[in-house]
Every structure is written in C-alpha cells, then in structure tokens.
Design a binder for this molecule. Structure first.
Ligand code: FE
Length: 179
C-alpha cells in the first residue's frame, strides 16, 4: 500500500470513529453507583447518582487536549504531559466530573510515559469494555460517572493484580495529600 493510501485510510477510520465516539458520549441519562472518597482518600460510602453530562462546560473548561482525550477517545503523546511521572501521595480524580479514580499508592513507573496504576480506587468507579480500534483488541477504561475516556488496561502490570491501568495524564486531576 502506498503511504498516501494508507494515510487516507487512517483518516477515514478516524472519521468513522469520531462519529461513533460522539454517539457514545452523548447524554444517555440513567443512574450509576460509585464509591465516593474524600480528598485525603477515605471512602465515604456508595452513592447512586445521575450520570454527569456537561458538554458545553467541558468544551469551555478543559484544554483542547483534555477534551479530545476524554470526550473523543484521544490519546496524549507518551512523555508529553507534566505529571505523568509524579509519585507524591494523593488522589487522582476525573478531570471532567471529579469522580475518584486512583490512589497514588497504586501508581508505579511503567516506563511508558503514561501514568500507570495497578488498580482503580474502587471497581465501581471505572467501566471497562473492549475496544477494537485500528485492529487491536484492547480494554478501554472509562469513568463510570461521566463516561470520560481515561485510557486502557493491560495484563502486563505488577503484583498484586498483574494489571496496568495506562491512563492519560490530562484525563486526571491530581489532589495532593494534605500534610
Ligand atoms: Fe468522570
């Protein structure tokens, strides 16, 4: 295949996919159950809440890259975002809706240039489903509360779970542990 043909094929796939991902993030309504956490990482209990959809606010408030990653299933370039290799104690929340997603205690250096964790803060707070984009079968990870695309999970992580939650830095808001 000629390079130009290949590029035009890729952009065709991108357009189809953008349409599909828009549909996937349109307001679906409904209720979801998550575990709420305080900023210092303490569980506050289960809450059943209406799904969050604030597209106009997200367009205004998020950087173009954060919007693209979370609402259009984009991916930031590896090593490109300050904070991908942060190791301070704290909590990572969804940049769109503030749902608690990861505890910094489960973050490790995967060497990939993306923040990597071996488990979410609560299984209820993320949704995982199969993604077949570009002929690869991967497991996509989304925020339960607002459907933000966060990244993917792979089976090559460290103990104790053997999982690698490979996240986009721009999809997360870091809350440092207060001293
Ligand atoms: Fe969210």
């Amino acid at each position: 295949m000629q390079r130009r043909q290949f590029l035009s094929l890729l952009s065709g796939i991108g357009m189809v996919y953008a349409t599909r991902s828009f549909a996937a993030t349109a307001p679906g309504g409904g209720m979801v159950t998550i575990i709420q956490f305080s900023d210092d990482g303490k569980p506050l209990g289960r809450a059943t809440l209406a799904k969050v959809y604030k597209d106009a606010e997200w367009k205004k408030r998020l950087s173009p890259l954060a919007y693209h990653v979370t609402r259009e299933q984009g991916t930031e370039r590896a090593f490109s975002q300050p904070g991908h290799d942060r190791h301070e104690p704290g909590l990572y929340r969804c940049v769109c809706c503030d749902n608690a997603l990861f505890d910094a205690a489960t973050k490790y250096d995967s060497g990939t240039g993306w923040p990597s964790f071996w488990q979410p803060i609560a299984a209820e707070n993320v949704r995982e489903h199969e993604d077949r984009l570009f002929g690869m079968v991967r497991t996509e990870v989304r925020c339960t509360l607002c459907d933000a695309h966060l990244g993917h999970v792979f089976n090559d992580g460290p103990k104790p779970t053997g999982l690698r939650y490979c996240m986009n830095t721009v999809a997360l808001r870091f809350v440092p542990k207060s001293k």
